[in-house]
Design a binder for this molecule. Structure first.
Ligand SMILES: [Zn+2]
Length: 191
């Protein structure tokens, strides 16, 4: 259960620049948005992975927890409630949206959930082909299939949520491999 039910609730108690920071980087002509709503110390390495996926090619949004401790407890707003205005604005302009998260599973695994079923299945196949276990169902991290999820608030009302396990986020080699898999998948003609 989150401490704050939405962003305005959080913003009444926490200070930007001191407790959390927001990064928005727009790329002219890109219709893709890469979003890490639980970056910094909320879900470690998700902001770094989102940034590496976006690189100079795609729009980027990061919400980063920068408290000395207790970042998840204090700053985590679940994806179906996450409504920081700059994030909503960037996502609303995009056709393709990927949100990057981290879960507390030690095994290296990627959990996908989505309303953009086409991109979800191409990502899943690409991860598995690269030797990284990925699943689109049969796991508990499935809120990416909710219309309320921030990943689905784009032009087409369908995006993809990616949960990287701790086993991936704590391993620099696997992190890089996952970043490359996502970047390759986004290059396919449909996107
Ligand atoms: Zn998350």
């Amino acid at each position: 259960m989150d401490k704050f039910k939405n962003f305005s609730d959080l913003a009444r108690h926490k200070k930007e620049g001191e407790d959390y920071s927001v990064v928005v980087r727009e790329v002219a002509d890109s219709t893709v948005a890469i979003v890490a709503p639980h970056g910094g110390k909320i879900e470690s390495n998700t902001a770094e992975m989102a940034q590496a996926i976006a690189a100079g090619n795609y729009n980027l949004y990061l919400f980063k927890g920068v408290l000395p401790e207790g970042n998840f407890r204090e700053l985590h707003i679940t994806s179906t409630h996450f409504d920081e205005p700059r994030c909503l604005e960037l996502v609303a302009k995009s056709d393709v949206t990927l949100t990057i998260h981290g879960c507390h599973v030690d095994e290296p695994v990627v959990y996908l959930s989505a309303l953009d079923k086409k991109l979800e299945s191409s990502l899943c196949a690409a991860f598995n082909k690269a030797g990284i276990k990925a699943l689109t169902g049969g796991h508990p991290y499935k809120t990416g299939a909710s219309p309320k999820n921030i990943c689905n608030k784009n032009q087409r009302q369908q995006g993809v949520q990616i949960e990287f396990s701790r086993g991936i986020r704590n391993n620099p080699v696997l992190r890089d491999k996952c970043v490359q898999v996502v970047r390759e998948s986004l290059k396919s003609p449909a996107y």
